[in-house]
Ligand binder design. Structure first.
Ligand code: GDD
Ligand code: MN
Length: 373
């Protein structure tokens, strides 16, 4: 009936598309479930906010204002800006701002050499005195209650770390990004409700300081500093969550969108290769961590195999392959399918690029016009 190659194509297609779909449908069932977390809005620990910067002159003031507008008691916030040898006057702008705004304690540390974001975070961590450490990105804005909201969840001792969901700003190639984010955010919430999510966002990631110390700080040889430290904390038995009430906006690069996505994918692949193969995973976390590892590291390659086999078999006269090929191409008209395929291409490119460079020190993308207010 079917040739061996045709059977292989059917099996590959089934695994490639059915595995994520089944996971998505299964995880969605957790959305309706309760959080099983003891919230306490009276819990008000001291918080250290760490902002790493490299050439963020245009946006830095806006971000510092964003910290200042937080509704969390200002005497309980300590901000550490750690700059790694910016060449455009970023630390000078921070100094100027700090002189004018003494109500929020802000420390500026200047590294002489740029050795990457995680290296800078670890440097800042040595100076942190808060019970909770929150890391931030210069180009991602928080809502005014972000610290309050993050801390609220950490009142429960079973929660080790909390991160945000991301909303792309309406600029740049936001169409693909928005399609992808909708599906991505839903998974982050359901994984968190099921137990923990293995993907964190450095735009706002809050950790218990003692747990960061226990795992030895941020990983300096793996790009996804945010997700990797979260999973290490989850492996210690604490929940790592992204509640549906905690959001931030992020700027999308005006140019080089695909390269930006590939670099982030490289970091996630490095992270999953290291954590997903762990032998001791808490039982509630096993399916989530293993499945996300499979989806990031293995599944994209099945699509590539399908893409190679289909035309070969079609040329050999296989009707089934012709039908699959035509439908696969026609489906590109559908946005969610196009978004999926784009993501697979990014992941394959990322795996290949990882062989060449780990992108621990990455290119600064231009995400906004010269002046930001
Ligand atoms: N101090 C310091 N040193 N800061 C740095 C360095 C560095 O070498 N490299 C980047 N940063 C700062 C940037 O200035 C920014 O505030 C933040 O780190 C994030 O860098 P972006 O250039 O905005 O990268 P992104 O938006 O793609 O980052 C996302 O992915 C990263 C991992 O791939 C975020 O989720 C990051 O938090 C995450 O680390
Ligand atoms: Mn960013």
């Amino acid at each position: 009936m079917f040739s061996i190659l045709e059977v292989i194509i059917i099996v590959l297609c089934t695994i490639h598309f059915a595995a994520p779909l089944t996971y998505y449908v299964y995880m969605k069932t957790f959305l309706k479930k309760p959080w099983n977390v003891k919230l306490d809005s009276n819990y008000k620990p001291k918080v250290t906010v760490i902002l790493p910067t490299y050439n963020e002159k245009e946006i830095i003031e806006k971000k510092l204002r964003n910290f200042q507008s937080q509704d969390y008691p200002h005497d309980l916030i300590e901000t550490i800006v750690i700059d790694s040898a910016s060449t455009n006057g970023t630390p000078e702008n921070v100094e100027k701002w700090v002189k004018k705004h003494k109500d929020l304690k802000t420390i500026l540390i200047q590294e002489k050499e740029r050795k990457g974001k995680a290296h800078a975070l670890n440097n800042a961590l040595k100076h942190a005195t808060g019970e909770i450490v929150i890391i931030a990105d210069a180009d991602a804005m928080w809502s005014n209650n972000a610290i309050t909201e993050a801390v609220k969840w950490l009142a429960d001792p079973t929660i080790g770390a909390v991160s945000c969901l991301k909303k792309p700003e309406q600029k740049g190639p936001a169409e693909i990004e928005q399609g992808y984010r909708k599906y991505y955010n839903m998974l982050r919430i359901s994984e968190s409700k099921a137990w923990s999510t293995p993907i964190f966002h450095g735009e706002l990631a809050a950790y218990r300081k003692e747990l960061l110390d226990e795992i030895g700080g941020f990983p300096e040889h793996i790009g996804a500093d945010d997700s990797h430290s979260a999973v290490k904390i989850a492996l210690l038995g604490y929940r790592t969550i992204t509640p549906e009430t905690l959001w931030c906006t992020e700027a999308i690069p005006k140019k080089g969108y695909h390269l930006w996505r590939i670099r982030r994918a490289q970091h996630l692949i490095q992270h999953f290769l290291k954590t997903g193969t762990n032998k001791k995973i808490p039982k509630e976390f096993k399916t989530i961590l293993r499945m996300e590892t499979f989806l990031h590291v293995v599944n994209p390659w099945l699509l590539l195999l399908i893409a190679v086999l289909l035309p070969v078999c079609a040329i050999k006269g296989s009707t089934l392959s012709k039908i699959f090929l035509v439908s696969g191409l026609a489906l590109l008209m559908v946005k969610s399918y196009r978004t999926w395929i784009t993501q697979q291409v990014h992941l394959i490119a990322a795996s290949v690029r990882n062989l060449k460079t780990k992108e621990i020190v990455w290119r600064k993308d231009i995400k906004y016009a010269k002046k930001v207010d």
